[in-house]
Design a protein around this ligand. Structure first.
Ligand code: BG6
Length: 485
């Protein structure tokens, strides 16, 4: 394969480019992890000169990667950045892009196309890449990253997969889910399968339930137009939260490679039982309908909680409770594994004493780490109390955790698709979520329960667990304890 590599970002004038992509590429350049001969080429309709685009991106890196920015590295990095203006959804413009690319490259060059455009432009751009011969691999590879959302239901995802496969083979396609690039999400598999002590108890015999919380304090902000037609189930559950669930619940793959890993994920997703209407709760923060861009009387959920059942040997009978919402009281992403109570308690407990169950907390963000809650005897007395063993990334490692996009872009350059979603996986995810989402849309849409900003969502989110004799566990990640959870 060729020596040189180009990264071509379609939709380069958008937010993602200067907030995430260029800062991620800059950081990887600084760490020496990009190929030596590299071109980074922005493409979008806005007219910029190379110089103007470079200045814009410099501002982005200064703002979004302030700790790593330095003038000397930037001076080495910036000559690799180029800009081509054009509407890549028009075949003629794509021809122009193709010519200008060849002028910049001057030699046979590998290419990573990054589709950071509105989802309705995925298909025309992909088809135009095909027509312009830009997907052909003649001694240089062609990969393409496709941003989320990948479809808005099963039918549209299938149609998109079909179009993609008219131009690219599956091994060239990298459907991105940035949650998989988070260091702590990747560590779930290491934690489970590189340690002897947890995996033997990681099943229905010892685990009572699993709770996944993705809480955000931000509201829909200026994205109301997009969000109102998506809602939390499409925006977060079908992709990010389901991916976290697969990591915590999948069987060990025989090898740590893309095929084996993704086979196990598909097996897990297809083992999830269809979710019944009683096992789902939807909510909306109280002033959501007043936001600009939201349709009057919108039933779009900004919060949801689900109870999922995995019908396989390992998990049969263990509920997985998932919740996620905007405008909540704290920002935290965590997976809590609540173990069963010991089979027999021989201690002389006082009336009202209850032994808490062990809880393992996988803290994905912002205070990244792992905590284990266990019971300990209070010195000098017969009583006992819950205590925690804690591991924090920031205390244990000198290396800082890097942004998810850094890892994912480099993986796509190297041809490692392990942390990207395969076509059958994305379709399996929609197959599970289509009927759930259908209950929140159309004439018979379920009315979401209103909740106040700064809370943990509607009361019904709690009832989902209390009716099973359980509750959302407060234990776990330090950050939310500090915020009075
Ligand atoms: C995006 C969603 O995919 O993920 C946003 O579209 C959400 O609505 C974001 O805020 C959350 O990502 P993170 O990395 O901040 O947890």
């Amino acid at each position: 394969m060729a020596d040189a590599t180009s990264i071509i970002i379609f939709g380069a004038s958008g937010d993602l480019t200067h907030r995430k992509l260029i800062p991620a590429l800059y950081n990887q350049f600084k760490k020496g992890r990009l190929p030596e001969k590299i071109n980074i080429i922005g493409v979008s309709r806005t007219e910029y000169t190379h110089e103007a685009f470079r200045e814009l991106e410099e501002k982005g890196v200064r703002e979004f990667a302030p700790d790593s920015f330095d003038d000397a590295t930037w001076a080495q990095f910036v000559p690799n950045i180029w800009y081509i203006s054009g509407d890549a959804s028009k075949p003629d413009d794509m021809e122009k892009v193709s010519k200008e690319l060849s002028n910049i490259e001057r030699e046979n060059t590998n290419r990573l196309y990054y589709l950071s455009v509105a989802p309705n432009l995925y298909e025309p751009i992909i088809l135009n890449l095909g027509v312009a011969g830009m997907a052909e691999e003649n001694g240089a590879w062609r990969h393409t990253i496709i941003e989320k959302p990948f479809g808005r239901n099963l039918a549209s995802a299938q149609a998109l997969n079909k179009t993609v496969h008219r131009v690219f083979e599956e091994h060239q396609v990298y459907r991105i889910d940035h949650y998989l690039g988070k260091e702590t999400a990747q560590n779930v598999l290491f934690f489970r399968f590189a340690n002897t002590i947890f995996e033997p108890v990681w099943n229905r015999n010892y685990i009572d339930n699993v709770q996944i919380t993705v809480a955000e304090t931000v509201d829909v902000g200026r994205r109301a137009g997009y969000y109102d037609s998506s809602g939390v189930l499409r925006d977060m559950f079908q992709n990010h939260i389901l991916q976290l669930l697969t990591l915590v619940a999948m069987e060990p793959p025989a090898a740590f490679d893309a095929t084996a890993l993704r086979n196990e994920k598909v097996k897990l997703i297809t083992s999830i039982r269809p979710v019944s209407a009683e096992d789902m709760v939807v909510g909306q923060y109280s002033d959501y309908r007043q936001a600009e861009g939201v349709t009057p009387g919108s039933t779009t959920p900004t919060y949801a909680a689900l109870k999922l059942q995995v019908d396989n040997w390992r998990w049969r009978g263990v509920p997985f409770y998932l919740r996620c919402g905007k405008a909540l009281g704290t920002k935290v992403t965590k997976i809590l594994v609540e173990f069963k109570s010991p089979p027999h308690l021989m201690f002389n407990l006082q009336e009202g004493d209850k032994i808490a169950r062990n809880i393992l907390s996988l803290c994905i963000q912002p205070d990244e780490g792992i905590h284990l809650q266990f019971e300990a005897k209070i010195p000098g007395m017969n009583g006992f109390r819950s205590s925690e063993m804690e591991f924090h990334y920031k205390d244990s490692f000198a290396e800082k955790t890097s942004d998810a996009y850094e890892r994912l872009i480099v993986d796509a350059l190297r041809g490692d698709a392990s942390l990207f979603t395969r076509n059958d996986e994305i379709e399996a995810a929609w197959r599970l979520f289509d009927p759930i989402i259908a209950r929140t849309e159309g004439d018979h849409a379920r009315e979401p329960e209103l909740y106040s900003r700064g809370t943990w969502g509607p009361d019904a989110g709690d009832t989902l667990l209390t009716k099973d004799g359980r509750q959302w566990q407060k234990s776990g990640c330090l950050h939310d304890l500090k915020h009075g959870e």
